[in-house]
Write a protein that binds this ligand. Sequence first.
Ligand code: UFG
Length: 321
Amino acid sequence: MNILVAGGAGYIGSVFVEEACNAGHNVTVFDSLVEGHRAAVNERARFVQGDLADRAATSQALKEAQAEAVFYFAGFIMVGESMTEPGKYFRNNVSNGIELLEACIETGVKKIVFSSTAAVFGMPDRVPIEEDFPKQPVNAYGESKLMFETLLEWYRKIHGLNYVVFRYFNAAGASASRGEAHRIETHLIPNILKVALGQKENCAIFGTDYDTPDGTCIRDYIHVLDLASSHLLALKEGVSGSFNLGNGEGYSVREVIDTCRKVTGRDIPVLEEPRRAGDPPRLIASSRKAITELGWKPAHPTLEEIVTTAWHWHQSHPDGY
Ligand code: UFG
């Protein structure tokens, strides 16, 4: 199919682009490079540098790509920043998303696949989290993603635009050639691996007094290649709706650090710090719906495998792209 990938130069987007090219799709990447990296874009994809705020440029790119489906990865993702600069998040993740939706309608795109997040659920009172759990975001980032989910339903009703929403839990890991290279890195696994590489002295543990077995937060880590494979399934005729994507297994911050020690063979000193604002104690996905309805099957489900692929990538790209 002819597809346009907005945000295809970012971490998850660039891995998806690689897999979509491998699957034989005709891929155009549309990315502002504000967060993405030109070098992350697979050479088989066409690249257009542009901003979703610029509707004319977006429509032009969709027309030239003759796009039948659009993938929308181009979101800002820093939870902490969203609580100091909410306007940045609502503008990028909602307003620019509206421009993309309008451009899709204008150019006859049939389906949009949206990168949403577990953050739409806020602080759920039980796990595993099913798709129909209450949506109560506790930060502006999660709210911005939920707002766009709501918009998608209106555009489906009014314009007949099909959509698939994927709510990622904790994306991690790397493909052989593409990995996580955020300009400001807040995520746990890359920060631990920076310590293993000798680029940082220690890894902070944000909060050791949670109501969990070892007192640290529990998350469900999902391999970026498994996220990519779900997006390919979303292209199938008749597939629509919202899906949670995780492995259904939770690991505490201390367990992740121990796994990184085992994989890297390096000593990883830690620094216990106070809780980070807005961190839910436990986020674990139920992906039953994706497994039964899409036939999705994570190929790299173990934390050790996830960390091993990330470690290989960080070792071969110590300074990112
Ligand atoms: N953490 C540390 N030290 C660090 C970094 C993180 O202890 O240096 C802890 C966090 O406090 C949290 C856990 O490790 O308990 C995971 O933190 P990440 O920042 O890696 O990921 P989050 O769970 O906060 O957020 C990620 C994505 C969001 C998404 C969310 C949904 O970044 O975009 O998952 O679960 F919304």
